[in-house]
Design a protein around this ligand. Structure first.
Ligand code: NAD
Length: 349
């Protein structure tokens, strides 16, 4: 714990959606994705010192609302995030989020920020970081199945971090594929729009599944997946919400974020509780093996873990310094005499 600045100034920097977009444009999308991936990788290397807990999820028939806390002993962060697959049909986002960073020494918040965009960026950066360690060397083509809100971010992170050249898009809703193709036009990747999942996987060394449905769906069946590919499974991230046929899991070497959370939420909820998995942080720090052969199917069973959000929050806190991309929020009552909270109220009348 560091000794905090003893200043009584308790204004909290707040990054709005508009300012998050300003920040992304100011830094540049690809440099920011690389910066986030570096920050996440650094935190995965010091994984053991974090305070870790599976996220706290409140489920309903139509979705989930989750809190994702963690701390490295100096800073504490949490994200509020929802997942409501039915929302898009009502003109709303499936996933929205905001998050907070605080100083462990004082408990005072040090950042409040939108995290809907930041979640898309950090999820994409995490996927590409995992692919850097697990995908076949020189992978240049990715099948992108599910062309919703996350899909362009996933594609651009793979381009920025592992040099992806071609993305093959597929979605059950062709309007989503058209939207993604339009958005990715001129972004430096070849875009191929496909009309089936099978077609999207032709020649792909990486398969990303990023669909949203509150059920155990089968986006990939066993016969669709050939030897040697890397699967980046993003969409299965809740109890009863998966994307892959169990037979694929049995043929794959499976890499996860935090097993106690992934066993409940990830693709591996379909497997026995003791089915072997490797923790991604151990591959990153060299204590476990990643890809060991050309024939191996590697699967990153991503559900999203609090440390990735913590890394993203810290990145934003660092990068808004000396920019106009935040407002200062008066969200913390902080009387000059700490015991005179009532007096502060009385005098304000
Ligand atoms: P979205 O609703 O914007 O997009 C989902 C897309 O999937 C839609 O276009 C839909 O038509 C398509 N789809 C549904 N079923 C399909 C099928 N059988 N085949 C092909 N396409 C299909 O959602 P989003 O914000 O892009 O999120 C996608 C998923 O990723 C969600 O399930 C979300 O919970 C998950 N997610 C995971 C993480 C993580 O860290 N792992 C982070 C963010 C989001």
């Amino acid at each position: 714990m560091t000794n905090p600045n003893p200043s009584h100034k308790a204004l909290v920097p707040f990054v709005s959606v508009a300012n998050m977009m300003n920040l992304v444009h100011h830094i540049g999308l690809e440099p920011m994705l690389r910066g986030l991936a570096d920050e996440i990788e650094r935190d995965f290397r010091r994984w053991e010192l974090f305070d870790k807990t599976p996220r706290v999820a409140s489920h309903s028939d139509v979705g989930v609302i989750e809190l994702m806390p963690t701390s490295d002993g100096e800073a504490y962060g949490f994200k509020y995030v929802n997942g409501h697959p039915k929302n898009t049909s009502e003109g709303l986002q499936t996933v929205t989020a905001f998050g907070l960073l605080a100083d462990v020494y004082t408990g005072y918040p040090t950042l409040l920020t939108e995290m809907t965009l930041l979640t898309a960026l950090r999820t994409a950066a995490s996927s590409a970081m995992a692919a850097k360690f697990l995908a076949p060397k020189g992978a240049t083509t990715m099948a992108m199945i599910g062309n919703g809100a996350q899909s362009e971010f996933q594609t651009m992170a793979m381009k920025a971090i592992i040099g992806l050249e071609t993305v093959r898009l597929y979605d059950v809703d062709s309007a989503a594929t058209e939207k993604a193709a339009r958005n990715l036009h001129g972004m430096g990747v070849n875009v191929v729009s496909c009309t089936s999942a099978e077609e999207s996987m032709e020649g792909a060394q990486i398969i990303t599944t990023c669909t949203a449905d509150k059920q155990c769906a089968t986006i990939l069946t066993d016969n669709m997946v050939g030897a040697g590919v890397h699967i980046n499974a993003i969409g299965g991230d809740c109890p009863g919400k998966t994307e892959l046929a169990p037979a694929i899991l049995h043929r794959s070497d499976i890499f996860v974020e935090f097993p106690p959370q992934t066993r409940v939420e990830g693709e591996i909820q379909q497997l026995a509780e003791d089915h072997p998995v490797t923790e991604l942080w151990q591959v990153i720090n060299g204590s476990a093996k990643g890809r060991v052969s050309d024939k191996q199917i590697t699967l990153f069973d991503s559900v999203g873990f609090a440390i990735e959000d913590f890394s993203a929050l810290r990145y934003v806190k660092e990068h808004i310094k000396n920019t106009p991309f935040f407002q200062e929020l008066d969200m913390l009552a902080d009387p000059d005499d700490p015991r005179d909270l009532f007096g502060m109220l009385k005098r304000s009348k």
